[in-house]
Design a protein around this ligand. Sequence first.
Ligand SMILES: Nc1ncnc2c1ncn2[C@@H]1O[C@H](COP(=O)(O)OP(=O)(O)O)[C@@H](O)[C@H]1O
Ligand SMILES: [Mg+2]
Length: 396
Amino acid sequence: MGTEVAGSNLAAFLEALGPTFVKFGQILSSRPDLLPPAMIHMLSRLQDATHPAAWPSIRSVLEKEIGRPMDHVFAHIVADPVASGSIAQVHRAVLRSGEAVAVKVRRPGVEAVLTADLMLMRGVASVCSRFPGMKLVPLSDLICEFSDNVAQQLDFVLEAENCRTFGRNFSENFYVKVPRLFDEFCSESVLVMEFIDDLVKIDSTELDDAARAVCALISLRAIYSMIFSYGFVHADMHPGNIFFRSGCTCVLLDFGLVARLSDDEIDAFRSFFYAMVTNGGKECAQILQQSAPYHAPWFHYDDFEIRIVDLVDHHFGGEGRDFDVVTFSSSLFRIQRGSGLRGTTRFIMTILSLLVFQGVVKQLWPRIDFQREAINFLDTTPVRFRMPNVEAVPRR
Ligand SMILES: Nc1ncnc2c1ncn2[C@@H]1O[C@H](COP(=O)(O)OP(=O)(O)O)[C@@H](O)[C@H]1O
Ligand SMILES: [Mg+2]
């Protein structure tokens, strides 16, 4: 059985098992450091369940969590959700005080289902590990990591905390908008936040070329400052969680999944990036080796170094400036897998955040210069944010 077939069988198998397993498949599909590309491709087709939960059940979660009858809090709430996923759905509402709000509600019963499912996971892990291509995957570690991820996403208290942290980090940045929370109505399973109108999706025709270039720069600088200035990184910046508004502000939503880097990790990341964009392959190899929590017994540093030097030179040696996170990191992950070295979860999560985000930015403005922008963040001590470089915007 080839990996492609194995991937599609595995996807069907996970779908049949239900929402927790679908989430697990989605998370597996975002791990090119662990799975071969063909399998990633098949798994990435797994979609969240989109049937919204019935309104009465959502309404009762709201009444219970907010602890007051609905009409004491909301002047109006729209029963039809703006969006619904496997964990939560979002409704538009107006508070009695007049503010338009987005109400994000955890689907009723989802916690119990997920908890029971997680217990089943270990059994399923042993089945999965029999699929070709899965033998090298550390499934039990992944399941622990996955439980942590799901727990993070289930707990809206954490999401609210993350939202506030992003709000603080970007409070002086006119170009990045994070919704304000209405704390008194937020709980473990409900978030009430300002409703942000006129969200423009990245593939919208509303954005002309100049706007797309500015949006790309603003959002690239936002993620670089998350990584290099704050070590607090939105780990899920796909097109459903990042939007734009006219006037070129970028709107961040959905703070369920973040990578938090320690000061040492920020330093390691800065050094790694600096070495990378200045074609210092040997330093890159050294940083990767030093930060890895696991080396296989057959790990051989000299071979590893040769391959990393080659990789970095290929991407950063010439004048080409065509840094592509996807090809770079998939080669990096392949070298790591092949050499028996496993990166730290947070290191990998940060690269994966960039990887998810690159899809967004390349769609906005394919010619963006990742390398030059990175250097702006690396050659001085903490840069908070910079005005978009207007010269870099193509004129029409
Ligand atoms: N504050 C908000 N203002 C306007 N729309 C919002 C807001 N929050 C969420 N949405 C809409 O709801 C969708 C889902 O919200 P999100 O927080 O990403 O939930 P999920 O965790 O289910 O992905 C978003 O893609 C966006 O369209
Ligand atoms: Mg989302």
